[in-house]
Design a protein around this ligand. Sequence first.
Ligand SMILES: C[S@@+](CC[C@H](N)C(=O)[O-])C[C@H]1O[C@@H](n2cnc3c(N)ncnc32)[C@H](O)[C@@H]1O
Length: 302
Amino acid sequence: MKNENTDVWADWLLHRRTADDSQLAERLQKMVEVYADRVIEGARLKPGMTFVDVGAGDGLVAFRALNRLSGDINVILTDISEPLLLHAKSLSATTAAPERCTFLQCSAENLVGIADASVDVVATRSVLAYVKDRPAAIREFYRVLKRGGRISIAEPVMQNEYFVARAMKARIDSGKGQPDDKLLRLIHRCKSAQFPESADPLDISPIVNYNERDLLQCVVDNGFHDAHLELHVDIRPSLITTWETFIGTSPHPWAPTLKEIFAEQFTEGERRFFEENLRPGVETGTNASTDQMAYITGEKPA
Ligand SMILES: C[S@@+](CC[C@H](N)C(=O)[O-])C[C@H]1O[C@@H](n2cnc3c(N)ncnc32)[C@H](O)[C@@H]1O
């Protein structure tokens, strides 16, 4: 693998997700560790097993699985991002048992380098949200698993963002002239830049074109049985408490930050009005954020 330094995935995971705010990074790390641990629980790992972490990123799930089993499993970390694989590889030297780790650059839809029926568990977290052909990915998981092998998945469900953006647009287009319309228009401008709307359902971005039941159905339609879904919805105080971080982060790798949206789509007056209205909520900690995480497990029939 040659080092390409960075790409959209590495840039987001290592920088834009937190706007390089170390306090936010610390809070976020605690939250994603909870997600990762649930994925590992769903995997029902046993010593000697081979565990694939698809779209491993910085190795969060893979390394925690390895440590949970005291190094007594083999872990294959796959990702389409070469910079992230190289980053994970360098981390493995200090956080995991590097001799137990294999790194493969490939997409979830084509797990090249992993033989048919060769692994015990396929796990993935926050990856299928970015995969256009999700059924192809699930078929690949099925292909590489041994009979009786398990999948354990955690994916964010962001479809609501799309519905909210469309509802805002409908209200704006209705021209009912509510007094808060100016703010609504500006919030809609930001939301539709981060969670693109489309009149044509076929054009809807993979990040918002599914819900938890669609994912479960996809798993069942592609051969898994004993499928189980848990949806966790948490509404809690936002982890972001400074304005600079609020406008400097982006909610997913394909989304611009508010700062970027201001530069491209706001006049200075609009930016000031937006800030005057929203900054107090951010800085007093009264802003809430909603996380919806779908946990799905399933088994390849024995
Ligand atoms: C939100 S990050 C999640 C990283 C990691 N799984 C975690 O739990 O922190 C999404 C990851 O998916 C990878 N990715 C995006 N599209 C992919 C695809 N089609 N196949 C495999 N990996 C993909 C990205 O490179 C990135 O590492």
